[in-house]
Write a protein that binds this ligand. Structure first.
Ligand SMILES: [Zn+2]
Ligand SMILES: [Zn+2]
Length: 267
């Protein structure tokens, strides 16, 4: 039994293939549920929301249609969703457009950025207590919005070798507490496990997942989900398994099936 709820397609401009290709691979490798969560578009690309790494608004219906069409060849349930950043100004875009109008099945929160001085900054690169604090406030706010089914790579901020600090520990504590209280799972990310390890504070570690974070999450008893974050078909189950191996080696419990429903009647 193995599921994966974090999959990207070539609509986001930095992944390889179409829904059909992932489903063919997952049929071959064995899969119990597959979720597509490509990087979501933003309305009218009104500001620079990193539009070079996500689909355009006009492409979203076609993306969803291709997922639903390819799902007919799957011998497991397939769900169509999006991976989203969080800023309260997009709450209605997520709820009223992506979930209601386009009737996608679920949204996940990938906390890649923080909004600083009118600009979106990449989490692993941010420095300074105030910005780091703002990043965590935004992440906790995303969890508490209850719009998202889970949080992808909640420890992404530690990529590029960031050293553990009090600010980081305090932020992670709040993220874990919020996830626990809201019943929102946190994701162990298989893509991070496939990337080159990095030196940090005198040790060689994964960029993410980060052991100290997952030790804290495990102690709290937060819900955990293990996903691939596949950007190419051959990773779709292989990296989902890698994430499970990471959890198993550390005695972390995880949920295998998320309670998703198809929101379009004919899918
Ligand atoms: Zn991506
Ligand atoms: Zn992703």
């Amino acid at each position: 039994m193995i599921s994966n709820y974090h999959t990207h397609t070539k609509f986001c401009k930095h992944a390889d293939a179409l829904p059909y290709d992932y489903i063919a691979q997952a049929n071959k490798d064995g899969c119990t549920a597959l979720g597509f969560s490509d990087h979501c578009p933003y309305p009218h690309d009104e500001r620079d929301t990193w539009s070079n790494i996500r689909m355009k608004e006009a492409e979203a219906p076609e993306y969803l249609r291709l997922v639903r069409e390819a799902a007919k060849d799957a011998n497991f349930p397939v769900f169509a969703g999006f991976e989203c950043e969080w800023h309260p100004m997009y709450a209605s875009w997520y709820k009223d457009v992506l979930l209601e109008e386009l009737a996608c099945d679920y949204l996940i929160h990938g906390p890649h950025w923080v909004f600083v001085d009118g600009d979106f900054k990449y989490a692993p690169e941010i420095q300074g207590a105030k910005v780091i604090k703002d990043y965590f406030i935004n992440l906790v706010d995303a969890i508490q919005s209850k719009i998202f089914t889970f949080v992808a790579h909640p420890d992404l901020i530690m990529a590029f070798g960031r050293e553990w600090s009090k600010d980081i520990e305090d932020g992670f504590t709040e993220v874990i507490n919020a996830a626990y209280e809201c019943g929102i799972p946190l994701e162990i990310n298989g893509l991070g496990l496939s990337r080159e390890k990095i030196q940090s504070g005198g040790i060689l570690r994964y960029q993410y997942p980060v052991d100290k974070f997952w030790e804290m999450a495990g102690k709290k008893g937060v819900k955990i989900v293990c996903n691939a974050d596949a950007h190419k078909p051959q990773d779709v189950i292989v990296l989902a398994q890698k994430a499970r191996d990471y959890a198993d080696e550390r005695g972390l419990q995880y949920v295998e099936t998320l309670p998703l429903v198809h929101r379009l009647k004919n899918t």
